[in-house]
Design a protein around this ligand. Structure first.
Ligand code: FMN
Length: 362
């Protein structure tokens, strides 16, 4: 089945425009057409990060399952965790189509979806029907026409508190005009104080403290990274997700698609996002959890993120090119790589190449 995808299904799906193909993948996962993947549990891949127990370090990144239609199916195909969203308080339709583009030669994707999603109420209703205790995070954002963006994040924390295992405040999508301005130091300080205060209020009511992560862009200056690291530490944020898509277009072969407006992801993002991850790890020190995202497409690239300083890893674009067999392949591949590295926990390799990656100029 897995190989079938790589050859036939990928070819088949690529006949459709990327958004239609994505809808077909969601439908296949929903219908159970994609078989569960039996991965032998490997204690070396288990970790507790931000107080949560992860069976393996690989997660589905935000944007694939925006409306929480298939979180359990994603956990069954091998992911150790999955992040739904970005969800905004009100439903919104996003930008006009076409708004997702494949850069096939580069194995990249450009998207300018603009937070199309069904809104808090519909997504909450779906999540509250899920019975299992799978590790599902909720990625929250602001409506395009919001007159108080910070308040939209607080609404997200309050609305989803009973169903989220963690929150991600996404302030790094390039497709909502002005959203990335929340990364500037004063705005970030205001957002983090308000979001963590809302979380603490909910924790006091429920007796459960849900971690809050912040997802940042890879297009940061050295000073921008200093600011994010300083604010994350001073507010006792629970972790960072590095990174979202990039506005850069360096080194692409597909020059026609490269001209499309939007955020670039996939293989062309790997080096940049890994270097930024390492630079941020250097700044925050060893204790703050970091989830590394950007261009992961194999066990080797997943492990390289961990060596650069990540505790956990996520991917999205790799699924577009490799299909639903990829998470199982990566998790099994990580076990094999650990045999070779002769370590008793994947954590032992974390940060072993932070110096190398943080010195990269990308
Ligand atoms: C089509 C598409 C939609 C995305 N939507 C979101 C989103 O809603 N929220 C978010 O935080 N990131 C979103 N992302 C970014 C991914 O979560 C991830 O950070 C980025 O794609 C880099 O990882 P990758 O190279 O493995 O794809 C989206 C990415 C793609 C390709």
């Amino acid at each position: 089945m897995i190989d079938l995808f790589k050859h036939a299904a990928r070819k088949g799906l690529f006949l459709f425009d990327p958004e239609t193909a994505h809808g077909m993948s969601i439908a296949a996962l929903k219908s159970g057409f994609v078989p569960a993947c039996a991965i032998p549990p490997d204690p070396r891949l288990r970790q507790t990060v931000a107080g949560l127990d992860f069976a393996n370090p690989l997660g589905m990144a935000a944007g694939f399952d925006k409306n929480a239609e298939v979180p359990e199916a994603l956990l069954k195909i091998g992911f150790g965790f999955t992040e739904i969203g970005t969800v905004t308080p009100k439903p919104q339709s996003g930008n006009p189509r076409p708004r997702i583009f494949r850069l096939v030669e580069d194995e990249g994707v450009i998207n300018r979806l603009g937070f199309n999603n069904e809104g808090h109420d519909a997504v909450f209703a779906r999540l509250s029907r899920i019975s299992g205790n799978g590790l599902i995070g909720v990625n929250i954002g602001a409506n395009k026409d919001s007159d108080d963006r910070i308040d939209d994040y607080l609404k997200g924390i309050r609305r989803f508190y009973s169903v989220a295992r963690y929150f991600t405040a996404n302030i790094s999508s390039p497709n909502t005009p002005g959203l990335r301005d929340l990364q500037a130091r004063a705005s970030l300080a205001a957002l983090l104080s308000a979001a963590l205060a809302a979380r603490d209020e909910e924790a006091a009511k429920s007796g459960r403290k849900i971690p809050v992560f912040l997802k940042v862009a890879p297009d940061l200056t050295e000073e921008g990274m200093d600011d994010i690291a300083a604010e994350a530490l001073s507010h006792a944020l629970d972790g960072l997700i590095v990174s979202n898509t990039t506005l850069a277009r360096d080194g692409l072969r597909d020059q026609r698609q490269a001209k499309e407006t939007g955020g670039l992801s996939g293989k062309p993002l790997f080096e940049k996002s890994t270097a930024v991850l390492a630079k941020i790890r250097k700044r925050v020190g060893p204790a703050l959890p970091i989830i590394g995202v950007g261009g992961v497409s194999s066990a080797e690239t997943a492990l390289e993120k961990i060596k650069a300083g990540a505790d956990l890893v996520q991917l999205y674009s790799g699924m577009v090119y490799e299909g639903p067999g990829l998470p199982g392949e990566i998790v099994r591949g990580l076990s094999k790589l650990l045999d070779r590295e002769k370590v008793s926990s994947i954590r032992d390799l974390r940060g072993s190449r932070t110096d190398y990656w943080s010195a990269r100029n990308v």
